[in-house]
Ligand binder design. Structure first.
Ligand code: GLN
Ligand code: ZN
Length: 787
């Protein structure tokens, strides 16, 4: 049997939370015991079928596997754990005799139960989506445990849509896994490839038997040379995997045709190390390869081995929200023909999981969002339609879609010319920047001036900024948004909250106080709402992890600050206490990382615009008497490019924008930053480069490991290694915190050490917050007494 033809237009995946977050609500209802597993299954089933039909309505073919079957109840990596029954031993009792997890068990592996910690969560390549990290050891069971993939194919088929099941590929699955706790030192999960492949073989056989023409195996490990597994090992594993899955099974009878997805960047190589991801895939017997042609360039062709394959050209951006210039995309498609593939079809660069459902889900009439954006944006549904138009251009010629091409051109042009997209004053200010705008004076002088002004004790205690966001705070904000609580009453309610938080910190005996951030819905959205050049949506939800969704702001124009944002809150707070109050801002890199960002200029230029707006805010805070200002950059590491070759340029502009934001202050004004992780790796030099006077980091779980690392790397400014983990409600004992602090002061000059929790307290309850902070202060006093 010969391979089926790949459909001319397709997408690598589609959002699964539902247009109104129906899946989120159903899953959370199930967790709360309000609905049964059967009811959850029924809701999910109707969402899947509706999504498949919607994709057909938007122009994907219903019969040939153009519609991706990319549903997940929680996470696509966890789905492979479930497929293989490869659960860590602590969850073994959740599986049945075949190794299968029921829905409740599946969620337990994701979320933990009692003392049994869930799988760890980490970022999926360069997105804000978080996957669950599988734990694989020599003893981890691996067999075909679950038939959801096949059942979901049959379900759609019975509803009239022949889908293309999407599964994380075996190499990427293992490359992203970590060694289980019981594995010997240096153990590589990839060594289980030979056990995992037979399960994929069985799955492919079952899909073929059910009539699936295509299956998509995603192997983004191929675009990164910074996953923990060296690229050469990834490549060897890919060759072996697709020998077993593609060459050894007959297409059509024993397996569906295989599309290998390679989202999030260009394939590695051809490079000096002799690695070339495209040549590698071309040499396998898979039938189709998708390329990310948004992040990656069109490789130089022709490529041997492609003549009998389809290249799915990922020209539509699955990871950002802008409407495409279709004519330009057709030019890219023309260039792809030079690769010498048997066929070229149209696709997305990544799954559409990373963008909201539908631009038309916004209310464009009530003034809450700039109506011009309606024509500039493409969310998932609009992108599917774009793919369908480009596919028609390929099959019927450009003229067949002349009107659509012209409409796209006009939309893109209107965005270029629209007021606010380019603000001359912003451009002039950026053009006039000099080296000096990015640097502060000598640190030793700054430190002396700051100490003279602030007169802080040894081991100053503080927090990272937010205090618990109570139900009352959320309720007040919701009422204010609905117009049922006046702005004045809302402000008064927040000021009451700040008063409570200040009194609490004074009572506990902290040295540097914060206002607690009650007025912020989110550390990025709050600033987006208060800066020009940003839009915020009402319905633009994107899955972050599990049932958790975020609404990233959209940065569409030149960024300006119409008025001071935080100054009143900070000065109000300062008026309540004699202690120093720390102003609190979100840094430019984090604002970019957690927004959808304009694609018409280099990210570094956009970051500098945000940096300048923050610089003005910092100047106003300083002028208002706020002597300590913290600029949070928890996402600094998150935006780090996947390819090492791109990392230096990134660190250059990202660190630069932070320095631009912070370098305008006097020596005596103390700049803090906060980073949300403890594994610095590639960014350790950048931490120093930020030139903040004090840097707070997560450190409790790694037992202060970061302190000697920083010290050895030559870092010699203030450091606040987190002394307790805020991700858990557990209250750390005074002894525990004392222990950690002793470790810290042993490995760096104690005069540099600050004492603070790992991160903000907004997700915690007051009960544990108060107890934990009391112990933090007691431990600090104990260690001070020894110094
Ligand atoms: N200042 C913020 C807070 O305390 C920092 C949050 C973060 O690092 N993610 O909540
Ligand atoms: Zn943090």
């Amino acid at each position: 049997m010969s391979a089926p033809t790949f459909p001319s237009g397709s997408v690598l995946g589609y959002p699964r939370i539902g247009p109104r977050r129906e899946l989120k609500k159903a899953v959370e209802s199930f967790w709360a015991g309000r609905i049964t597993a059967d009811e959850l299954e029924a809701t999910a089933s109707s969402l899947r079928v509706a999504a498949a039909k919607r994709l057909v309505d938007l122009g994907l073919d219903a019969t040939s596997g153009a519609v991706p079957g990319s549903f997940s109840y929680y996470d696509q990596v966890l789905d492979v754990v479930a497929l293989l029954g490869a659960v860590p031993s602590r969850f073994a009792s959740l599986t049945d005799e075949k190794g299968a997890l029921d829905l409740a068990g599946y969620f337990t592996v994701a979320r933990g139960a009692g003392e049994d910690a869930p799988l760890e969560m980490t970022k999926w390549f360069d997105t804000n989506y978080h996957y669950l990290v599988p734990e694989i050891g020599p003893e981890t069971p691996v067999r075909l445990a679950d038939d959801r993939v096949v059942r979901q194919f049959v379900e759609a088929r019975d509803a009239g849509v022949v889908t293309r099941p999407v599964v994380v590929g075996p190499v990427t699955f293992l490359a992203l896994s970590k060694a289980s706790d019981d594995a010997p030192a240096g153990y590589s999960p990839l060594s289980r490839l030979a056990d995992v492949l037979p399960v994929y073989v069985e799955l492919l056989r079952a899909l073929a038997a059910a009539g699936a023409p295509w299956v998509q195996l995603d192997e983004p490990a191929l675009v990164s040379d910074s996953v923990d597994v060296p690229a050469a090992e990834v490549h060897a594993a890919v060759t072996e995997a697709y020998r077993v899955l593609a060459s050894e099974l007959a297409v059509g009878t024993e397996r569906p045709a295989i599309l290998v997805g390679a989202p999030f960047g260009g394939l590695v190589g051809p490079g000096e190390d002799g690695l070339d991801g495209l040549a590698l895939l071309a040499a396998t017997d898979v039938e189709a390869i998708s390329l990310d042609l948004v992040k990656g360039a069109v490789p130089a062709g022709p490529v041997a081995g492609l003549a009998d394959k389809t290249v799915v050209a990922g020209v539509i951006d699955g990871h950002n929200v802008w409407r495409a210039d279709l004519a330009a995309k057709l030019d890219v498609l023309d260039a792809v023909h030079a690769l010498g593939a048997g066929a070229v079809t149209v696709g997305t660069s990544t799954s559409l999981l990373h963008v909201p459902h539908d631009v038309e889900d916004e209310d464009w009439t009530n003034g809450s969002i700039d109506v011009r954006l309606r024509d500039w944006l493409a969310f998932a549904d609009q992108k599917v339609a774009e793919v369908a138009v480009l596919a028609r251009a390929l099959t019927e010629g450009r003229d067949a879609v002349g009107a659509e091409i012209e409409a796209a051109r006009a939309a893109v042009a209107s965005r270029t010319e629209a007021s606010g997209v380019v603000v001359p004053a912003v451009r002039e200010r950026a053009a006039a920047l000099t080296e000096g705008d990015f640097s502060r004076g000598d640190y030793a002088e700054r430190a002396a001036a700051q100490q003279a002004k602030l007169n802080l004790p040894l081991l100053p205690t503080t927090t990272i900024g937010s205090f618990p966001q109570t139900p009352e705070i959320r309720r007040a904000r919701a009422l204010n948004v609905k117009g049922e609580l006046s702005d004045a009453d809302y402000t008064a309610a927040m000021q009451d909250e700040i008063r409570r938080v200040v009194e609490l910190q004074e009572r506990i005996g902290l040295d540097v106080l914060v206002h607690g951030e009650p007025e912020r819905n989110d550390m990025v959205q709050y600033f987006a709402e208060n800066l020009d050049g940003f839009a915020v949506t009402a319905n633009g939800w994107v899955q972050s992890y599990g049932s958790r969704c975020v609404r990233p702001p959209i940065l569409w124009g030149d960024v300006t600050r119409p008025a001071p944002i935080t100054v009143d809150w900070s000065t109000f707070t300062a008026s309540l206490t004699e202690k120093p109050v720390k102003g609190m801002l979100t840094g430019p890199v984090t604002i970019l990382a957690w927004s959808f960002v304009r694609d018409d200029q280099p990210l570094g230029d956009t970051a500098n615009q945000v940096g300048l707006a923050l610089r003005d805010e910092i100047a106003d805070l300083e002028a208002a008497g706020i002597g300590i200002i913290q600029v949070d950059e928890p996402a600094l590491r998150e935006l780090l490019p996947l390819r090492r070759a791109d990392q230096a340029a990134y660190l250059d502009w990202s660190v630069g924008s932070f320095r631009l934001a912070t370098a305008g202050v006097e020596a005596q004004t103390q700049i803090h930053t906060h980073l949300c992780y403890s594994e610095f790796g590639e960014v350790i030099g950048a931490i120093d480069g930020l030139d903040a006077d004090v840097t707070s980091v997560e450190a409790a779980r790694s037992r202060m490991e970061i302190v000697p690392e920083l010290s050895e790397a030559g870092y010699a400014r203030g450091i606040g290694p987190g002394v307790y983990d805020i991700h858990s409600p557990r209250v750390p004992s005074t002894e525990e915190v004392t222990d950690l602090l002793e470790l810290a002061v042993k490995s760096i000059d104690p005069r540099l050490v600050w004492v603070n929790p790992d991160c903000g307290l907004k997700t915690r309850r007051y009960e544990e917050t108060v107890a934990s902070l009391e112990n933090l202060v007691a431990a600090t006093n104990a260690v001070r007494a020894q110094l």
